[in-house]
Design a protein around this ligand. Structure first.
Ligand code: GLA
Length: 395
């Protein structure tokens, strides 16, 4: 009883006020509520694919949980911001063709169906690479290297089978990935050692036979470094001289806070554009962690002593680094927008910081922050910088 009477007596503060004041406060509160609601709704966040719709496509590399739509955090981000997709792993040889007589298209069928469901430009990645390719491809039954003829036959069968299955649906293929070394010469991979330099041309020919309408790409990293870029330019010129249509170069874009410079990025895009081909950014991210040599990193176990040195942002990203990364994204997008006539697509290598390969490469178990969306799926400062670069461009 007492409780009730107490409650009745307690008039809300606002009711005790003079009518005019009360109305003003109610209006202000209403306004505040509506702006807060609008801000917190996802529709307020600009869509990357919309911002850049007159410039280039915006893509993301997806893992299996993402294209099967099990990843509830990534799903709305992918639908809102990206109009192109690349499979992070599913079409690599070891997954799609794990044994001589075994093709497994379960994952890649799901990937392609996902892209079609949302009307996205679907990329195939990758047909020929020195990594994530099973040993059996290069060996006979007793583990000895096979002949050039046998390897070429295997390459033809693989490409015809994989490209042929998605003919007309996968629109562009990374045909050859990373064929060139840092000094610009051909990488001494098993492809190169067994077949010789023309394995690249052969792979393009087979892909063209399998789907004459597909766009065919050469994809590589660190092409912003002069010697490697020169090597790639020579390779593409050679392919062109042989009548092979290379639709675009893929600049992977695994960037750092201090590399590449704006000048290097600009010069690289300009140099490839001169060949009359398109230039795509295919695996974009900006690593914020201390660099470490790849081979050493892969062998390393992150002991508590090494944590502080190599994994300094395990709990959160310092504001200064976050700002620096956002500045870097802004300046690089400034260059991309400048070259929008030759750039067809900018693809990020992942969706959120939680699922980037850089948490486990080259050191396992670090906490990296290379993308535009944080671990909760919220847009970061870097996202705003990219949006601003798009808005500042004259359309
Ligand atoms: C390379 C490959 C990609 C991917 C990344 C790291 O850049 O092209 O497929 O493996 O490494 O994940």
């Amino acid at each position: 009883m007492r409780k009730d009477s107490k409650r009745r007596r307690r008039k809300p503060m606002i009711m005790k006020m003079k009518p005019l004041r009360r109305t003003l406060i109610q209006i202000a509160a209403g306004l505040l509520l509506s702006t807060t609601l609008a801000k917190s709704s996802r529709t307020e966040i600009p869509s990357l694919k919309e911002i850049f719709k007159n410039d280039f496509m915006i893509g993301a590399a997806l893992n299996r949980r993402q294209f099967s739509e099990e990843d509830a955090r990534a799903a709305p981000i992918i639908r809102a911001h990206f109009n192109s997709i690349t499979p992070e792993n599913q079409l690599k040889w070891m997954y799609v063709h794990p044994a001589p007589d075994k093709y497994d298209f379960t994952g890649s069928d799901q990937y392609v169906a996902f892209g079609e469901k949302y009307g996205m430009y679907i990329v195939g990645h990758t047909l020929v690479w020195h990594r994530q390719t099973p040993d059996w491809v290069f060996e006979d039954g007793s583990g000895k290297p096979v002949s050039r003829e046998i390897l070429l036959n295997r390459l033809r069968d693989h490409i015809h089978r994989v490209v042929g299955r998605y003919k007309g649906r996968i629109k562009g293929w990374d045909v050859v990935n990373e064929a060139i070394d840092a000094n610009g010469t051909m990488r001494q991979s098993k492809w190169m050692k067994i077949i010789g330099e023309d394995y690249v041309a052969k792979a393009f020919e087979f892909a063209h036979e399998a789907d004459p309408d597909a766009q065919l790409y050469y994809n590589d990293y660190s092409l912003e470094n002069e010697p490697k870029r020169t090597g790639a330019i020579q390779l593409i010129k050679k392919l062109q001289a042989e009548g092979i249509a290379v639709a675009a170069i893929g600049l992977q874009g695994h960037n750092k806070l201090d590399w590449p410079t704006v000048e290097q990025q600009d010069a690289t895009i300009a140099a490839f554009a001169k060949l009359g081909i398109k230039v795509n950014i295919t695996e974009l991210d900006i690593d914020v962690l201390p660099a470490i040599d790849e081979e050493a990193g892969l062998r390393l176990k992150l002991t508590p002593e090494l944590q502080a040195k190599l994994n300094p942002f395990a709990s959160s990203l310092p504001e200064a680094i976050s700002k620096e990364q956002s500045r870097r994204y802004g300046e690089l997008f400034g260059v991309y927008v400048k070259y929008r006539d030759v750039i067809d697509r900018i693809t990020f290598w992942g969706v959120t910081d939680g699922d980037t390969w850089l948490n486990n490469w080259p050191v396992r178990g670090r906490t990296n922050y290379p993308l535009l969306f944080d671990r909760q799926g919220k847009p970061k400062l870097a996202f705003d910088a990219v949006v601003n670069a798009g808005l500042n461009a004259k359309h």
